[in-house]
Design a protein around this ligand. Sequence first.
Ligand code: ADP
Length: 261
Amino acid sequence: ASPEEDQKKINARMAQIKQKICVLSGKGGVGKSTVAVNLATALADAGKKVGLLDVDIHGPSIPTMLGLGRMSLVSNADSVDPIQVGNLKVMSVGFLNQNEDDAFIWRGPMKMGVIKQFLGDVEWGELDYLIVDCPPGTGDEPLSICQLIENPDGAVIVTTPQQVAAVDVRKSLTFCQKLELPILGIVENMSGFACPKCGEVVDIFQSGGGEKIASDFSVPFLGKLPIDPAIGKACDAGRPFIQSYAASETAHMMREIIKPL
Ligand code: ADP
């Protein structure tokens, strides 16, 4: 198909979705997918129709986080069905992988083809929200995703205290500004350590940088989330943290963070 036809197809899909939110980060490993999964789960649990699209080509972690390690996709004539978990519909690059341990060795043009297919061919139907877990950084891939979606409603930027000092977060913010993509807010993840015995949060690296950058750029600061071993456990167990540790202090903080979205 021509690029125009691809775009038309994507637009038709996206027109059925009320709110499209991209989750971005300057680097990998900061908790972008964790935020995306828990945000999508919280919205779905609140009764919204939600799609979660994992286009993190380099490290699709959403299947593991949702316990969907070995799902096979159902293809129709010119579309593919997402995997349904309650109110949540999920599509991930990880579903295309036969072996979870395979590293992705796709070349540039192939990646673009997959990104386009994921945006144009997934049978979401009508949704209240589509949460898009983008590849990290501000390179060609997140750029293409944001451009192909044409008018995402906004971006959530996930960072860590260490990363705030680096240029990455600023780059992500500038990236959104250039694309005229509204910034819904910044999340400072892995901010301090929540003691598993008493729950007190101890700052390991200096925290508060996320708040400072948010104020420098005049964008909302959504909140901080400590390092909590339960987040890793929930991830390994394949059940979203916000569900499996719903009563914990960190889960409460997470709900506060996603409340404005
Ligand atoms: P990214 O999508 O930015 O690459 P992930 O969301 O995959 O990052 O998180 C990387 C790893 O860190 C995962 O194993 C996840 O469970 C863990 N993790 C993320 N946030 C926290 C946190 N606040 N506390 C403890 N572990 C976390």
